[in-house]
Design a protein around this ligand. Structure first.
Ligand SMILES: [Zn+2]
Length: 433
């Protein structure tokens, strides 16, 4: 359907208002309008509202199929991905995940093991239509010396297909070893990475956050936190991060993931935290599938009663940038997943109510994470931008989000890619023993 020449006109493409900046078109109540796209030399030469007159005979008539920009997945763990067969989570809990992953990492995460699983993950993400992805890298000694070089090699290998970013991942106590943490920050800076830690309520949290911010400022790094991935109402590290950002006058980008406990706290406390998050210009990413899996798991014969996700609606209403992302895939933190951002959006729609109205929620899997990751122009369809988009079968939200859309067409730089998902059997030999 998409000519290999890379130069063509698409007619009757259904595009969304939230992802087509500058397009003047009669958008409907769902935010959709029909558009004509001219593609040439790998770029979108023009995008205009569909003319009433008949499209030229050589135009490709998409007959109202939805066309979205390629996805941006801003929170993943491709160093952990796909270890499930050899290291399942024994009880589906957060602690079960932490312990199982720690044991697997210590025993099995050689450079080759990490590289092969990463590549497998990236082939899936690419086939599903993702063009940029940030992964966290477990950076507990000695893993940082293994995984960061693998990541740098992988980024080169995937350049032009997936823009890769990495953030280091360690518990906030790791920052207490000042000299080691400073070395890690230097290593991250050398790899043009992002400085990341997991925050929870340790007595010296404020002091440790100050050290994190000091290193980020020293090395010119953006920040990425895992915060409050728990139902414990006493977990308020999101607020502490916002405060630390304000008193350190931090100017870089900060992305905070999870923030589950916020949804369990009293309204007044929540309002105070959100005001600070907005003032400090933090962006928040929710990981709905992983949260649904780990949060409120009871293992006592009773049924979970909350969804685990944070307060994205309240955040967006305050102008806080919000995204959703994949998080873990087939590892002890989440037994499922394939880095398919359409699945993430479909699940987020159900879990977080991204509907009635849909509004500008589609930005949460494309334009907004692209801004947080400083990827100019990614996650939108605009004249002059790269012709990176996905043509779906669905012509409206209910069609798009009811089927897996396994037959979607992914176009990169104007040409349809081969969408071959890797075979699980490729990983079998890594799973033995
Ligand atoms: Zn995560």
């Amino acid at each position: 359907m998409i000519p290999a020449s890379g130069s063509y006109q698409l007619a009757n493409a259904r595009v969304h208002r939230s992802l087509t900046p500058g397009l003047a078109a009669p958008f409907d109540a769902d935010g959709f309008a029909l558009a004509e796209l001219l593609v040439a030399d790998g770029k979108i030469a023009s995008i205009v509202a569909q003319a009433k007159s008949k499209a030229p005979a050589d135009a490709i008539d998409l007959a109202g199929r939805i066309v979205l920009p390629c996805f941006v997945d801003c929170h993943t763990h491709i160093d952990k991905g796909h270890i499930w067969p050899r290291k399942p989570n024994p009880d589906g809990t957060f602690m079960g995940a932490l312990n199982a992953t720690g044991a697997d990492r210590a025993a099995r995460w050689s450079a080759e093991d990490v590289a092969r699983r990463m590549d497998f993950s990236l082939r899936s993400a690419y086939a599903h239509g993702t063009k940029a992805l940030r992964t966290h890298l477990d950076s507990v000694p000695p893993q940082e010396e293994i995984s960061w070089p693998v990541f740098e090699t992988m980024r080169e290998k995937w350049r032009g297909r997936i823009d890769l970013q990495a953030a280091c991942l360690l518990g906030i106590e790791g920052v207490r070893d000042k000299a080691w943490f400073e070395r890690l920050a230097k290593r991250v800076a050398a790899a043009k990475g992002v400085l990341g830690v997991v925050t929870y309520m340790v007595p010296d949290l404020e002091e440790l956050l100050d050290q994190v911010f000091a290193q980020a400022i020293e090395h010119g790094l953006d920040l990425d936190f895992h915060a409050d991935e728990t139902d414990d109402v006493a977990a308020i590290s999101l607020k502490k991060i916002a405060e630390a950002s304000l008193w350190n006058s931090f100017e870089g980008n900060i992305l905070v993931g999870h923030c589950c406990s916020l949804a369990r706290q009293p309204d007044l406390e929540v309002l105070d935290t959100l005001d600070k998050v907005a003032k400090a210009r933090l962006a928040v990413v929710s990981l709905p599938m992983c949260n649904l899996y780990l949060q409120d798991r009871r293992n006592n014969g009773t049924t979970p009663r909350w969804r685990g996700v944070t307060l994205l609606h309240e955040m967006k209403a305050r102008g806080i940038k919000v995204a959703v992302a994949s998080d873990n895939t087939r590892d002890p933190f989440y037994a499922y997943g394939d880095l398919d951002m359409l699945e993430v959006y479909r699940m987020a729609t159900r879990i977080l109510h991204f509907d009635h109205p849909v509004g500008d929620w589609p930005r949460a899997v494309a334009a907004t994470p692209a801004e947080v990751m400083r990827l100019d122009g990614a996650g939108t369809l605009a004249a002059g931008g790269s012709a990176d988009f996905i043509v779906f079968k669905g012509r409206n939200w209910t069609e798009l989000l009811s089927r897996p859309e396994s037959d979607r067409i992914v176009v990169r730089e104007g040409r349809a890619i081969e969408r071959q998902l890797p075979d699980y059997a490729e990983l079998d030999e890594l799973m033995v023993g």
